[in-house]
Design a protein around this ligand. Structure first.
Ligand code: PRP
Length: 219
């Protein structure tokens, strides 16, 4: 009998697209996963167990082997810097990490930067040769420039609606974000067949998606 493969699935914005990808790859996932309050969902037919996780905790679960594999945004991976294998770019939940500020940012900007991603922000400003004070917030980062906490923020931009509706502008893009499949180093060796099976099935679906994207762009 195959050992149980534990998958850390992020709740929230990535979840729907991740589940869609799994279904297309014929990896069975129970319906109503996101509406249920259950935290561990067994999938005995596929020798799997899904744990519903806060996105930011996925790399920790995987690094410590509490989950064998996980799905997580590149933003979280860059911030968390965990010792995990990054197996696959799932090409879903596309967005970007950017520096954002007030529309009129021509004057002298103060040296405070608010963000949910202090390590990412510190690295960016270090590379720019600019000394800033990073203020860690836990959400609604766009509030910071509006209430005078900082002139700039580092945050994720997806549709751009949040910055537009709050009269803010993107000053610089730091990097593109998509979701990734990650694996625990030991699980990758010990449960290699199962992990590779999931990786291959997802890869095939992603390839198809990329081909469709190319086709759409060329017509
Ligand atoms: C994220 C991010 C932005 C917004 C960007 O916040 O921090 O605020 O989404 O998306 P948009 O470009 O499509 O408007 P999230 O909704 O995760 O909530 P949070 O503010 O509590 O972090």
């Amino acid at each position: 009998m195959e050992p149980i493969l534990r998958i850390a699935m992020p709740k929230g914005r990535i979840y729907k697209q991740a589940i869609e990808l799994f279904s297309k790859a014929n990896i069975p996932v129970p319906e109503m996963l996101d509406t249920s309050r259950k935290l561990i969902i067994p999938v005995p037919d596929a020798s799997m167990e899904i744990i519903m996780s806060k996105p930011v905790d996925v790399p920790k679960y995987v690094e410590y082997g509490a989950a064998d594999i996980g799905i997580v945004g590149k933003d979280v991976l860059m911030e968390e810097q965990r010792d995990v294998f990054e197996l696959l770019d799932l090409n879903i939940a596309k967005c970007r990490m950017s520096v954002i500020g007030m529309q009129d940012n021509s004057g002298e900007l103060n040296a405070k930067v608010a963000t949910k991603y202090p390590k990412v922000a510190a690295k960016y400003f270090r590379e720019q040769g600019e000394q800033v004070e990073i203020i860690k917030l836990n959400g609604s980062i766009e509030l910071a420039p509006l209430i005078g906490l900082s002139d700039r923020i580092v945050d994720m931009v997806e549709t751009g609606a949040t910055i537009r509706e709050n009269g803010l502008v993107e000053i610089d893009k730091i990097f593109d974000i998509t979701s990734r499949l990650i694996a625990n180093r030991v699980s990758y060796r010990i449960k290699q067949e199962q992990v590779q099976g999931i990786c291959d099935a997802l890869s095939a679906v992603i390839e198809e998606g990329n081909d469709e994207d190319h086709y759409r762009q060329s017509i």
